[in-house]
Design a binder for this molecule. Structure first.
Ligand SMILES: [Fe+2]
Ligand SMILES: [Fe+2]
Length: 204
């Protein structure tokens, strides 16, 4: 089954149940927050640009915004990111961590990067692949929210993720002349890891 179809089916099940929907939002919030924390870790203490600061701030806002949406569905659901309040908690953590690990390994082998250059390359390529995914996932999710006239909406996140994707493309062009091939390879890693996540969520 195509990933889009599988995801649509999952989202359809999620949005009609307030409890599942709250856990879904909490899981996405946790992943956005993990992303924000990874960007903060990547930031150079001196040489940090406006774009990177904006990116870190917006990913942190996504985590906050998604968490805030939970209040529209349940009164006191999902106070934190502990396992009982998440969907597929192990796979949700695994997805981002492994993407980082595998992208770094790929860059080390392929371009023999190390240190700051490796961190920079991994930041660009991991973020790029996640933004491609965010575009697909939030698009499918928002379509279901609109159709079910849900009180929840993620339109502001979609707009910002589109901006991130364009920024990553601009930065990748400067990073390497063969950036498209590098991005395609990391996206391939991402597709495999996302498959594991979707399959786990599909068991709910
Ligand atoms: Fe985000
Ligand atoms: Fe983003």
């Amino acid at each position: 089954m195509k990933q889009e179809e599988q995801l649509s089916r999952i989202v359809e099940k999620v949005v009609v149940s307030d409890d599942l929907h709250a856990q879904w939002l909490n899981s996405l919030s946790m992943m956005e927050n993990t992303g924000a924390r990874k960007i903060s870790k990547y930031e150079h203490p001196v040489n940090t640009t406006l774009i990177v600061l904006k990116h870190a701030a917006e990913e942190a806002r996504h985590a906050y915004y998604l968490k805030k949406q939970i209040g529209k569905l349940t009164k006191d659901g999902c106070p934190d990111y502990s396992y009982p309040y998440l969907l597929a908690p192990i796979e949700s953590h695994h997805y981002l961590n492994m993407l980082d690990v595998e992208a770094c390994r790929y860059l080390k082998n392929k371009l023999h990067l190390e240190g700051r250059a490796l961190k920079h390359g991994a930041y660009l390529l991991v973020t790029y692949s996640i933004e491609v995914r965010a575009d697909m996932l939030y698009g499918i999710y928002q379509e279901a929210l609109t159709r079910h006239k849900s009180k929840v909406n993620v339109k502001s996140i979609i707009a910002e993720e589109e901006g991130h994707l364009a920024e990553m493309e601009r930065m990748l062009v400067q990073f390497h002349p063969e950036w498209e091939k590098l991005a395609a390879d990391v996206c391939e890693i991402e597709v495999r890891l996302f498959n594991l996540w979707v399959s786990a969520i599909d068991k709910i």
